[in-house]
Design a protein around this ligand. Sequence first.
Ligand SMILES: Cc1ncc(C[n+]2csc(CCOP(=O)(O)OP(=O)(O)O)c2C)c(N)n1
Length: 382
Amino acid sequence: MTENTSQGATELEAPWITQDDLPVTKYQIIDENGEYDPADVPDLDTEEFIDLYRWMLVEKRYAERMINLQRRGEMGTVGSSRGHEASIVGSGYALAEDDYLLAMGRETSAMLMKGVSLRDILLFWRGIEDAQKYLAEQNCMIGISVGGYLPVVTGIGWGMNITDTDSVVTAHFGDGATSTGAFHEAVNFAGVLDAPTIFYCQNNQWAISTPFEKQTNANSIAQRAVGYGVHGIRVDGNDVLATYHAMSEARELALQGNPVLFEGLTYRREGHSTSDDPTKYRDRDEVKPWLDRDPIERYESFLKSEGLWDHVDREAMVAEVDEEFDAAIEAADAYGPREVEELFVHLYEEMPPELEAQLRELERSLSELDDLDEHIVRRPKG
Ligand SMILES: Cc1ncc(C[n+]2csc(CCOP(=O)(O)OP(=O)(O)O)c2C)c(N)n1
């Protein structure tokens, strides 16, 4: 990773500030070699330590199975979370049942922890709008519009303040989303409103083909917190314990009315999605060191050092995930065919006239273009 810096203009006299005045450190508990200081390890019991590992396997296996399904034409485009397991699991594990989680799409295990059913996640990726309704019943949603849902997060947090709800709302998003206007409005306004919000940026270094250093001239996402007057932190997102611990503290801060801008540093190991070929824009030399920094392997070495590895039956864990995945596919396959109207119905209790008009227009086009409906249903997905 290259760092952007402010350049030129030496020998000025007024008290200018630059980002170099605010060095941002990376919070880490287990380092890349699996070394750690026992005093820094969060206070979890054996079951919880193992649980973190199991969830990371869930995330990994889910990503593998989704890609297989997509390759067989049984799923739409899929975005792999390989490499993000610690970031997703550590952040999700710190949340409570009533907290809200607005995901950008790579956070399956965090949503499952909140009680979302795997079937509904599969339905979502098959383009079935009903799925969002089921996700929302567990205080979760997936926002495909990059950054677009971030002001909604501030709104939910504001609502929690008004109703005196003892919960937080967290939004996950990528480094690309931090360049949207919506991101700036959302974090700024959350600060003004003391909203119990956690803005969790999974900085995986790439927004499709745009590398982080072309995304922003800032050295980190975390440093931007200062400009909004909120708490910020940069965490090694490949270290599940550091992520979990920092996220637990972020939750406490948010509950006390301090919004948090959280940067989890990680790396997208595979393509942005199954429609993307990353070899077109990034070197193998760049990817290789990240493959050696696998978050799951790093945590395995921690479990071994702590003498907890004997409690892990990895094969049985994977078999259990596969069983759950098989059942979820069966349930998703059994979900009946949907009508185009479903795209319009879940937003308002009563459909406003503009939407009603759009729906009629779409129905008219579909009936006029006999082939279109057939095309939508049959076109190759992905
Ligand atoms: C408003 C909007 N513009 C463009 C897109 C197309 N798009 C999908 S993902 C993506 C890049 C997202 O990168 P980042 O926010 O870093 O998240 P990542 O997928 O890397 O985790 C883009 C531009 C979109 N979904 N929404």
